[in-house]
Design a protein around this ligand. Sequence first.
Ligand code: ADP
Length: 614
Amino acid sequence: METLEFQSEARQLLQLMIHSIYSNKDTFLRELVSNASDALDKLRLESFRDKDMKVDVDDLHIVIETDPAERTLTVRDNGIGMTREDVVRLIGTIAKSGTAEFLRQLKEQQSSTSSDLIGQFGIGFYSSFMVADKVTLVTKYPHAEKGVRWESTGESTYTIEDVDDAPQGTSVTLHLKPADDEDRLPDYTEPAKIREIVKRYSDFITWPVRLGGEEINSRKALWARPASEVTEEEYAEFYRHISHDWNAPLETIRMQAEGTFEYQALLFLPSQAPLDLFMRDSKRGVQLYVKRVFIMDDCAELMPEYLRFVKGVVDAADLSLNVSREILQQDRHIQLMRRRLVKKVLSSIKSLMSSRTEDYLKLWREVGAALKEGLLSDFDNRDAILEICSFASTHSESELTSLADYVSRMKEGQEHIYYMTGDSRTAVENSPHMEALRAKGYEVLILTDPIDEMWVDSVPSFDGKPFQSVAKGQVDLETEEEKSANEAKAAEFADLLSWMSTSLAEDVKEVRLSTRLTTSPACVVGDAHDITPTLEKMYKAMGQELPKIKRILELNPSHPLVEGLHKAFAAGERESLADTAELVYGLALLAEGGELADPSRFVKLVADRVQRTF
Ligand code: ADP
């Protein structure tokens, strides 16, 4: 017998369980039954693939046994089991992505709210320690010679030893804490209690769950039952079973297709983003069943990556039970099905948007950044995705706007949907690029998600209205009158502009007069296809080398600083003007929240100037 230590994260979670104030302790049984059900699914699949496997798959089932005298509760399955290595890896450590994040959040919160977080994380097997002070697990993997016995009190260590006579599958025996009404710890050796919990949480489990020789779950697949007969609570429990998210889903979507390729789908939108939504190895896709038989988890062929927060089940009638990922990738029916699923999800979000706006906004805040990835990857549904996007805008301090609402507020003669990207709302609002638009009362979308930088470059328009960055290209807001006045100014400033272009040639590709400034002396803008400074920063942060990007310096001809510059230039001044030009460029960079290439040089130039005023 060996005594081993739990990994430190596992230890922390166990402590949480032992001292849990989570009020709904019944859920431990759901977790154990859910694990047993997964183990039976796996064994059946394995036996399809490996015909030589010496296992009995004729009567796969889950048995629950209680012993009031010993105060034990056992959940037993004859499923896939675990090897000794599996037990150490799966039970002794927590490898789930998002665990570190979960623990960090937990540390930040007071213990009074930690129970909610526990609920969100779904800690599976460890939840046994909410109700037991010792847990014994005996398991055998079909190809392993011996079985394994694992035992722990949930403190820092566990024991593990080989056993010769372990039966196929896994049994988990809980040595129950004393029942205690005050601590809301019911007597889990009561058959009636067990029956009630299984009925409530695990009724849909496709394998028989037996108690005292009797089957206590109805085993009906939810998606195969008439929608009118399934309760919200049943959907919620099923959602928890497949998603490991303990929150109720925000929306349930059902689909059915008859005919040559028959399938049923039961999909869920989450009320909270999965913790791993933006992690590299995040899970995606829905579960695939064939005629009620579980085939695979995370079937990526059925759901595009940008909809990875959608969980659920697709049950296809006409696939082979042996279907592999390779086959799925090439199957025309699967592709057709995926297209329909995607359209259905997008249209469901659209109807949420109009009928349950609060819920829509909740969803958007949680998963909007993922959804927007679809603007780059799902060309066919681009318009449908744009319709369900919401953005911050200068129209409101706190409320988001849809593009349709933006368009409905567009001014007479306004042709573009104006936007500005940046690090934060404040940076965008204070940027000099916004001045003329503000002065003219045009609404500007404020885009601050990193993904915004990407999609705005590839999505040309919405509802026939082109997107236009206020920091790129020429912003064409002038009246005819203003236009001719500006042309006159440009002629007047032509020599200064060309001299400055040469003087600042290291940093900018052009110096020109601006039509977008009212109060600032200058700003820096990009050409329509230049990458933005934020994007440049993102690429650099990812370690990508980029060639130096030169942008355009725009001057405000009615600003006293620029007027002064013009006068000095006309008077023949050159030497100190080169410094001034550099200063103006530096100010423009600082105004948009940008970084100076050589801050110390800039400081010296400013200090010199200030000194001269004394
Ligand atoms: P989760 O089920 O969320 O992955 P758990 O802590 O409940 O997390 O279980 C960890 C892993 O241990 C499971 O993913 C599974 O691989 C394995 N496991 C748990 N219970 C069983 C069981 N009854 N039979 C086989 N493997 C199991």
